[in-house]
Design a protein around this ligand. Structure first.
Ligand code: 13P
Ligand code: SF4
Length: 319
């Protein structure tokens, strides 16, 4: 703990010295979330992270999350320096959607409006008509459906199927998944519900449909945190990354949260309810963030200009 305090003090001083602000996701280590709050940064879902980074006056953004979040920040604010504790932090959805294969898929279905999830590379975003995050995916697809548009959706098939089911839109799905949420099992949640019958079930829509079907509330990380606060239940079963419990417990100190069961939970399942890439963000690489020369985000300017259009559309869609 003494060493942690020293690291935290060092990071606080460096943020001031470099006119930098810390933008952290709810899945990062609670110590990083705490630090972001203490230093005037933000802890947020991916849409709010994008907004915060764009609107903040700091000249350097330190993005604690995964690579697509840093890239989004850079695309939205090309004049700012964007650093990450490590560039190794990727996402299975991003990996599972290579830009060249995605472009071929789009070419083969050129009659469709291309909607991509924010968890993608800049090159994939550059090919999209719309970028969405989980908090506005439903609203955007519903809006497009009402205009009679057919959708090509990538990369998360579970979120895509959920959106398709809710809106009734014509949606063609790319076959991608989140390795963390895909592990949640409906049977395990049902069993847990017999133990805690009063518990409400909160589910992130990257989870498989059988899990989503058991949910009392489906939503982005921010939406799930809000649900924990506003629902009258005192107990919850939560199907998303465990990092979220820091904020849920902080907002609701008297409520009880259980992580939803996964297939191989326990020591052998590294990614179970704990994103291995989010976990690469730590106090030590955060403290070294200004010293290294291998952790700045750069996006090819031509690509960034293209990717900016669907991203700006997302930010304008719902303020
Ligand atoms: P949110 O937009 O809900 O924060 O989701 C981001 C993410 O990566 C979920 O796995
Ligand atoms: Fe990607 Fe899943 Fe990790 Fe979110 S939790 S960053 S979707 S791998």
């Amino acid at each position: 703990p003494e060493q942690q305090d020293a690291l935290k003090d060092r990071i606080k001083a460096l943020l001031v010295e470099h006119n930098a602000v810390l933008v952290a996701h709810y899945y990062t280590d609670p110590m990083i979330q705490e630090l972001a709050e203490e230093t005037g940064g933000c802890v947020a879902d991916s849409l709010e992270m994008a907004r915060f980074g764009k609107e903040h006056s700091a000249t350097t953004l330190i993005v604690a999350g995964v690579k697509f979040m840093g890239e989004t920040a850079k695309i939205l604010t090309p004049h700012k320096r964007v650093l990450m504790p490590t560039l190794e932090a990727t996402c299975s959805l991003d990996i599972g959607c290579p830009a060249d294969e995605f472009a071929a898929f789009c070419d083969a279905h050129s009659d469709r409006t291309v909607v991509v999830y924010a968890n993608t590379s800049a090159a994939v975003k550059a090919r999209a008509d719309w970028v969405v995050t989980s908090s506005i995916a439903l609203d955007v697809v519903d809006h497009l459906d009402k205009q009679g548009e057919k959708i090509l959706w990538a990369p998360d098939k579970h979120l895509g199927a959920y959106v398709q089911k809710q809106t009734g839109a014509d949606v063609l799905l790319w076959d991608g998944a989140c390795i963390v949420h895909e592990e949640f099992k409906a049977k395990g949640i049902e069993d847990l519900k017999t133990l805690y019958p009063e518990a409400a079930v909160l589910v992130h829509p990257e989870s498989p449909q059988a899990v989503v079907d058991l949910a009392d509330v489906v939503g982005s990380t921010s939406q799930l945190i809000n649900a924990a606060e506003t629902l009258p239940n005192r107990e919850f079963i939560v199907a998303t990354d465990q990092g979220i419990f820091y904020k849920m417990q902080q907002r609701c100190p008297d409520k009880i949260f259980h992580v939803a069961p996964t297939a191989g939970s326990g020591a052998t399942c590294r990614s179970c309810a704990n994103c291995p890439w989010m976990a690469l963000n730590a106090l030590d690489n955060l403290a070294a963030v200004f010293e290294r020369n291998d952790n700045e985000i750069f996006v090819d300017p031509a690509l960034a200009e293209q990717a900016m259009k669907p991203l700006a559309r997302m930010l304008e869609f719902k303020k």
